[in-house]
Design a binder for this molecule. Structure first.
Ligand SMILES: Cc1cc2nc3c(=O)[nH]c(=O)nc-3n(C[C@H](O)[C@H](O)[C@H](O)COP(=O)(O)O)c2cc1C
Length: 191
C-alpha cells in the first residue's frame, strides 16, 4: 500500500513538510510506503475551465509544464492521499488550491479517480485560520468520494519559523494519531 503526501507550501522542508513526515512515521511503522511531493518553487496554474478533461477522458489535465499532472498521476496510483498546506490568509496556499481544482475536475471527468481512497489534510499555522484551510481540503476529499481519516484533534500544529511545529506537543500528538488511524483505515479497506 502507498500514501502520497503533497506539500503545498512555498517553503520546502518547512513546517508542513515536518507534519506530513510525522504522519508518514506512523504509516511506515505499519509497512505502508510513503512519498512526498513538495510544490515549493514549482508554481501550479489554476484551472482554466476549458473542460478538455471532460471531453478527452484520458486522466489528464490539458495544462502542461507544471507539477499538477505528476501529482494527479501519483494520487491516482496511491491508496491514500495526504494534502498538506500552510495556512495563508486563513486558507490553503494558492498552489494547493490550484492543484485541488484541477485534480477534482480530472477525477470527476474520469469516473471518480480518487474514489474510496483514504484522505487526510494537515495544516501548519502560526495562529489562526487552520480550520478554514482544513475545511477547504476536506471539500476536495468529500466531493471525490474519498474516505477521510480523523485524529484526536483537528489536524494542525502551530509554528511560524521552520521547525517551530516540533515544539507543539499537542500538534505532534495529533499527527501521530492521524497516522495511526490512517494506517488502520487503509488496512481495513484493503483486508
Ligand atoms: C502569505 C502568508 C500568509 C499567512 N497567513 C497566515 C494566517 O492567515 N494565519 C496564520 O496563523 N499564519 C499565517 N501564515 C504563517 C504560516 O502559516 C506559518 O508560518 C506556517 O508555519 C508556514 O508553514 P511552512 O513552513 O510549511 O511554509 C502566513 C504565511 C504566509 C507566507
Amino acid at each position: 500500500m502507498k500514501v502520497i503526501g503533497i506539500n503545498g507550501s512555498a517553503r520546502k522542508d518547512g513546517n508542513t513538510a515536518l507534519l506530513i513526515e510525522k504522519v508518514f512515521d506512523e504509516l511506515r511503522r505499519e509497512k505502508i510506503e510513503c512519498e512526498m511531493i513538495q510544490l515549493s518553487g514549482r508554481p501550479v496554474r489554476g484551472c482554466q475551465a476549458c473542460y478538455a478533461c471532460s471531453r478527452n477522458k484520458n486522466g489528464r489535465c490539458i495544462i502542461e509544464g507544471d507539477p499538477a499532472q505528476e501529482c494527479i498521476d501519483k494520487m491516482v496510483q496511491a491508496d491514500g492521499i495526504i494534502l498538506g498546506s500552510p495556512v495563508y490568509v486563513a486558507d490553503v496556499s494558492s498552489e494547493m488550491k490550484a492543484l485541488m481544482d484541477r485534480a477534482c475536475l480530472v477525477g470527476r471527468a474520469n469516473g471518480g479517480l480518487f474514489r474510496r481512497k483514504v484522505g487526510a489534510a494537515v495544516m501548519a499555522v502560526r495562529r489562526g485560520g487552520a480550520i478554514h484551510a482544513f475545511d477547504t481540503m476536506n471539500h476536495f476529499f468529500m466531493i471525490s468520494e474519498m474516505v477521510v481519516a480523523s485524529s484526536s484533534y483537528w489536524n494542525f500544529a502551530m509554528g511560524r519559523e521552520p521547525g517551530d511545529v516540533l515544539k507543539d506537543e499537542e500538534g505532534l500528538r495529533t499527527m501521530k494519531v492521524l497516522g495511526e488511524n490512517m494506517a488502520w483505515l487503509l488496512k481495513k479497506l484493503h483486508a
